[in-house]
Design a protein around this ligand. Sequence first.
Ligand code: CDT
Length: 307
Amino acid sequence: MSRELVVAAAQLGPIARAETREEVVERLLVLLRDAAAQGAQLVVYPELALTTFFPRWDLDDDELLTFFEREMPGVATQPLFDEAARLGVGFHLGYAELTPDGHRYNSAVVVERDGSIVTKYRKVHLPGHEEPEGWRPFQHLERKHFEPGPDGFHAARAFGGVIGVALCNDRRWSETYRVLGLQGTELLMIGYNTPLHYPPDPEQDHLQGFHNNLVMASGAYQNGMFVVGVAKAGVEEGVEMLAESQIIAPSGEVVAQASTSGDELVIAVCDLERCERYTRTVFDFRRYRRPEMYGAITARDVPSVDE
Ligand code: CDT
């Protein structure tokens, strides 16, 4: 028996600071129609897919808020929702969310093939720094511009399986995959914006692609799930961003990968039944896990080895 879902990772090339929402949505629509023509049932766009990666600047409140969505869908994004429903294709969309009471989150929604929102996720692990640091060639002010997501990781039933969402830096933390794996997640979507240059330790620069695959492939294998990693890539406002969008099977193998750093579809048939090959065998959580041994993972203070 198989349970096949055709998934398209819709990698985006750079988005300019001055690019309008309407212009970006037009690019998203081109990818959506192309994906639908190739049989995709789910199109996964990256993190902050409607704007440039604005945390690279220290912005005043007026300009900062121009990068946020007050509604989802809103006027500019409604055409994407309408066209996806018309085509019978679902999608994942990362965006900056401004709530009615003024909270700012780095968020994503997953929309089913009938146009209904299945789940909304607010990024848990915010990387970078709280205040501008003049020595950096560019900033990474996610910790200034966003609040950490308060809702945690929640799997949802959709697309004939169990899906989960994480965003960018979340993919470097094994807890992300395990918390979702424990809920039975079969397909995890992870949009990312990853500069190739890491100012605190440039020795890591040449390893960005290696680390990207390392964490997502390990997470896929150790939790028996498909992982769809989708980049906003290319040279965006002078900063080179990692491409290498990829779809990874529960075996940890890459089944499809981007070969450019621009707008590109990466498509794979994901048979969600393949997850059980791992979750019923080597990673049968109920049978083999020893949670009573893992208290340090959720304890706030852990005694050091000398205490
Ligand atoms: N967007 C995002 O989370 N990017 C980070 C960059 C490295 S930390 C400054 C990432 O983990 O890819």
